[in-house]
Design a protein around this ligand. Structure first.
Ligand code: SF4
Length: 442
């Protein structure tokens, strides 16, 4: 009887960037003949990919490590919190190894040391697109690591270092492999997508017999030729972002921008040390919408930042309303160990933060309902993500909705409707960002 292959469990916490790291780890594990297990019992060893961004995420990561130790016993830790080995060892001295974010080699070494691979040449065959944790039809593509900004509430640059962009031909090759493997939507991620290539001084590399520069605009143009949905996340409103709006208007890339504005009051933005000048932003957004009326703006905001006054908070609400931010997330400010903002004066009381958060969410719900009502009766293209047993409908997304974070369309099943396919639907009902649709008659 052949000995069964060593089996790994993986717990992936955190943002889409961490998810990409998990996907890369899985790709390497599968390439080396490891099997994957969906539960602790079936695994010989568990990798916990942690998040260390906010205090709550750190607690969640520490809890996940504890659970994996209790349930399985053999645990390798990686990811952002891995940069703080002492903290982890203090709570969980039993972990086998700790590695930091995107240290794939170190993760593999730790796995080899505690669970050596079994040689099986058949398992060395990995699809060119790698192994993904996302459904087959969409995939995250990470174009750079790290960040050159120094926002006062953030420790990502300390954890992940300065901006390090991937060569443009490597990014395009990965994207092309994914499209060849059947991916219909590419989600472009990094800490600062619009700064892509700055560290490389926009170095050119060979792609399809041409020299192409590692520039945000070029990347969008090239991706826009791949015939799939291309969605941009974590874009800062640097002036050159204006140049990609025509690509959106022409249907080359999705008319969607995820810009984490975080606030709108100049004094709070200054205290946050946010990148990109937000002056005249409302004018620029109006201009973008003029060029591309379909544009969806998604953003995230922080309320209760140290020093935030009632006027600052009102300025934030006014901005969200005037800019007509289509999808908005909101967090209450939390101190992060090691972040400069923790030592700023005038921290806001927890009750005030809560009130402001509730006020923000009430406005966001109101805006979401107006957007939803606006969609009633419209015909639109959706991408089907999954079948929802509870409602007996397919769950799909419009161009305006990124997976996991935005809205969904529940579509009544019809012949030939399949997961991972684009379908034309008519919106028949709306409850905020939850829409209901029927296949459109041709
Ligand atoms: S842009 Fe600011 S918040 Fe985003 S990763 Fe860089 S430092 Fe952190």
């Amino acid at each position: 009887m052949p000995q069964s292959a060593p089996t790994i469990g993986l717990v992936s916490l955190g943002c889409p960037k961490a998810l990409v790291d998990s996907e890369r780890i899985i790709t390497r594990l599968r390439a080396q003949g490891y099997q994957l297990s969906a539960d602790y019992d079936g695994a010989d060893l568990v990798i916990v990919n942690t998040c260390g961004f906010l205090e709550t995420a750190r607690d969640e990561s520490l809890e996940a490590i504890g659970e994996a130790l209790a349930e399985n016993g053999k645990v390798v830790v990686t990811g952002c919190l891995g940069a703080e080995a002492e903290l982890i060892l203090d709570k969980h001295p039993g972990v086998l190894a700790i590695t930091g974010p995107h240290q794939y080699e170190a993760v593999m070494q730790a796995v080899h040391a505690h669970l050596p691979p079994k040689h099986d040449p058949k398992l060395d065959l990995v699809p060119a697109a790698g192994m993904r944790l996302t459904p087959r039809h969409y995939a995250y593509v990470k174009i750079s690591e790290g960040c050159n900004n120094r926002c006062s509430f953030c420790i990502i640059p300390a954890l992940r270092g300065d901006l390090a962009s991937r060569p443009i031909n490597a990014v395009l090759k990965e994207a092309e492999n994914l499209v060849t493997a059947g991916v219909k939507e590419l989600l472009i991620i990094s800490q600062d997508t619009s700064a892509y290539g700055l560290d490389l001084k926009y170095a050119e590399s060979r792609w399809k017999g041409r020299s192409v520069p590692a520039k945000f605009q070029t990347l969008c143009e090239e991706l826009g030729q791949m015939g799939v949905w291309v969605r941009l996340h974590y874009v800062y409103p640097y002036p050159h972002v204006d140049e990609v709006i025509p690509l959106m208007a022409e249907g080359k890339i999705l008319p969607y921008l995820d810009i984490p504005f975080q606030h709108a009051s100049p004094s709070v933005l200054k205290a946050m040390r946010r990148p990109a000048n937000q002056e005249r932003l409302l004018d620029r957004i109006a201009q973008w919408r003029l060029l591309c009326p379909e544009l969806t703006l998604r953003s995230s905001f922080i309320v209760g930042f140290p020093g935030e006054t009632e006027e600052d908070y009102e300025a934030l609400l006014n901005f969200v309303e005037e800019a007509a931010i289509d999808r908005a997330g909101c967090f209450k400010y939390e101190n992060v160990a090691g972040a400069a903002s923790a030592s700023l004066p005038d921290h806001v009381d927890e009750e005030v933060k809560q009130e402001r958060w509730e006020g923000f969410m009430a406005l966001q719900t109101e805006l979401a309902h107006a957007r939803g009502d606006d969609m009633l009766g419209r015909r639109t293209t959706v991408l089907i993500d999954r079948f929802d047993e509870e409602s007996g409908r397919f769950e799909a997304r419009t161009k305006a909705d990124a997976p996991e974070i935005d809205g969904v369309v529940f579509v009544r099943p019809a012949p030939q409707m399949k997961i991972g396919e684009f379908v034309e639907v008519v919106i028949t009902d709306a409850e905020g960002h939850e829409l209901y649709g029927e296949a459109a008659a041709f």
